[in-house]
Design a protein around this ligand. Structure first.
Ligand code: FES
Length: 64
């Protein structure tokens, strides 16, 4: 599942960047050689960072 449609960055790639030490949404995109375009994904990436990554996985687990 893509988190950033502009750059084709997936949930797993967001989590990978957070695990590698990305501190902010632009760091996450930069980790994969990208820059923000429309910016729509930035709040979701920021939420993932505040949750320590795998925010989508935690949501799925909590929903079960
Ligand atoms: S969806 Fe990420 S910059 Fe547009």
């Amino acid at each position: 599942m893509y988190v950033c449609n502009c750059n084709g960055v997936t949930r797993a790639e967001v989590d990978e960047a957070i695990s590698a030490g990305a501190q902010g949404p632009t760091d996450v995109l930069a980790h994969h050689g990208c820059e923000p375009c429309c910016g729509r994904c930035l709040p979701e990436i920021a939420e993932s960072i505040s949750c320590g990554g795998m925010a989508g996985t935690r949501s799925l687990v909590a929903a079960e």
